[in-house]
Write a protein of this length. Sequence first.
Length: 138
Amino acid sequence: MKAVTEHLWFNTKKRREYLNITLQVEEVLRRSGIKEGLCLVNAMHITASVYINDDESGLIQDFDEFLEKLAPYDVKKYRHHQTGEDNGDAHLKRQIFGREVVVAVTGGKLDFGPWEQIFYAEFDGQRKKRVLVKVIGE
């Protein structure tokens, strides 16, 4: 069995952004040479997520509006802000969207269902952050 680990780095221009990272993950898989196994993609920050869904701009706007209703950015609202931070909402949004995804690797390709793509969701951006990609298999 073989394991390959690489990091993708992002520095978003906005506080909240949703980036399709499928091509970058596929490139890591290609370089790994692994044909059968698993690919883990993990947001390495507690205010960001990795998720799988459709790459459709209306849907991404819906996600953003949904998350903003559940955990609005409001500096006065969160106890976390008493520590001097202003990103309490970003921590909650990350819990809702999750930390990581695992995708099967079959025949050297990510084994997706129809329309599935991998996204990096940034909830407290405008600084350098990383995503771990680990491919395990043969």
